[in-house]
Design a protein around this ligand. Structure first.
Ligand code: HEM
Length: 404
């Protein structure tokens, strides 16, 4: 969707601007260099955009003035069930409800719990690579990165992996296409809601050891978790876990496809992959969230009125030279890396261990089976932006593949 061109990024920013979606980093750098810690816009609704690490962290920590009631980067309508109850998930809840509901879900994503899925993820990655390795080319975003997260989430939710393609289409409908078209967003949100109504019914009749069954049996303060909260949180697993991880795997492979020195180093020193993953997360952080002001406040010297929105640009924070040395450079063995790609404060990503494991395995298996690859045509790479940024088409060639 085309947008009005931007003449002044400090006073009239536009997150869907084509150049910004493709490469937002020079724009954030210019804003910081101009001494603009908080940009402002009146497009869609008055919104603010921090450009520094300190600014992003300050807002994420300030739950007195900023609510997670609406975390979409564009104003959207919340979801309700047929009885009029808001379908609330932890990502769109504030304290005090947020705290016990989050605590309930964390054990499912603890390091040990996530390790159970590593072997399965390795096998999945190898199987995906085998499907295209003989062709000498593939779209690493479509044929690989996109295929991994929905299949792992399906496993956690106890759902057939065959549903994965549908999951990805629904999530793209909500998080990409739907961001600028409420009807599209509602269409896909409704599909997800209806899908989980049926899945919940199945688990009520026949519980398993999956996350849906667990939430249905769990209690908070001796009371069952309210059904709209169960529905909101199982739906959140798709929304939070698919586009995000797909984008991160894609960005890492995009980087390796045009930085042969980094690719060769990771082939020779695979033990560096976990450190490199942290650097890819820092340099190409996919997720931007939002908050809505609950009362009048200030951002630097800019007054903010209750109801106005801020986009929480974790990716901008991670390129701040006040915190990261040579922030525009990707240094795959960077030692000091306190990035906030997974957020900061009470809503910090609950699935970060799972995301890290998927990224590590996806890169490891790719470099083992296809140690040499390059971009087929740099101009053919396309990017999604807005809430979740990452490559959506990533054509690569690999004449010298290794078949395992
Ligand atoms: C590389 C991949 C990922 C990135 C970069 C990422 C990033 C984030 C960020 C920035 C937040 C903070 C939201 C806020 O402050 O409003 C968040 C929250 C969350 N993420 Fe992730 N995420 C990723 C993968 C996953 C996965 C795989 C799952 C699980 C299936 C997941 C589940 C969640 C949940 C449940 C929350 C809400 C936590 C809360 O509100 O307390 N994420 N994520």
């Amino acid at each position: 969707m085309s947008t009005e061109p931007v003449a002044d990024w400090a006073e009239d920013f536009e997150i869907f601007d084509e150049a910004f979606v493709k490469d937002p980093y020079p724009i954030w750098k210019d804003l910081r260099d101009q001494g603009c810690p908080f940009a402002r816009t009146e497009r869609r609704q008055v919104s603010f955009m921090p450009t520094t690490y300190a600014g992003v962290r300050e807002i994420a920590a300030d739950t007195e003035h900023w609510s997670s009631f609406s975390v979409s980067v564009t104003p959207t309508v919340p979801s309700y069930d047929d009885a009029g109850n808001r379908l609330r998930s932890i990502i769109s809840s504030d304290a005090p409800e947020h705290t016990p509901e989050r605590r309930l879900m964390l054990p499912f994503f603890a390091p040990k719990a996530v390790e159970k899925y590593r072997e399965h993820t390795q096998e999945l990655c190898r199987r995906l690579i085998r499907e295209f390795i003989e062709d000498g080319r593939a779209d690493f975003a479509e044929d690989y990165a996109r295929q991994i997260p929905p299949r792992i989430i399906a496993l956690i939710l106890g759902i057939e992996p065959e549903m994965s393609d549908e999951f990805t289409t629904w999530v793209q409908g909500v998080l990409e296409l739907g961001l600028q078209d409420e009807a599209v967003r509602e269409h896909y949100s409704e599909i997800i809601r209806n899908f989980f109504v049926e899945e919940i019914k199945k688990r009520q009749e026949n519980p398993g050891d999956d996350l849906i069954s667990f939430l249905l049996q769990a209690e908070i303060d001796g009371e069952p978790v309210p059904l709209p909260v169960v529905r909101g949180n199982v739906g959140l697993m798709l929304i939070a876990g698919i586009d995000t991880t797909w984008s991160s795997i894609g960005s890492a492979l995009w980087h390796l496809a045009h930085h042969p020195e980094d690719r060769k180093r990771l082939v020779d020193e695979p033990e560096l992959i976990p450190t490199a993953v942290e650097e890819f997360l820092r340099a190409y952080s996919p997720v931007t969230m939002a908050r809505v002001a609950t009362k009048d406040t200030m951002l630097g010297d800019r007054p903010v009125k209750a109801g106005e929105r801020v986009v929480l640009t974790f990716p901008a924070a991670n390129r701040d030279p006040e915190v990261f040395e040579s922030p525009e450079e990707v240094i795959i063995d960077r030692q000091k890396n306190r990035h906030i790609a997974f957020g900061s404060g009470i809503h910090r990503c609950a699935g970060s261990n799972l995301a890290r494991m998927e990224m590590q395995v996806a890169i490891e298996e790719m470099l083992k089976m296809i140690p040499e690859f390059e971009l087929e045509d740099p101009d053919a790479v396309t990017w999604a932006g807005g809430q979740v940024r990452g490559p959506r088409n990533l054509p690569v060639t690999f004449p010298n593949r290794t078949t395992i």
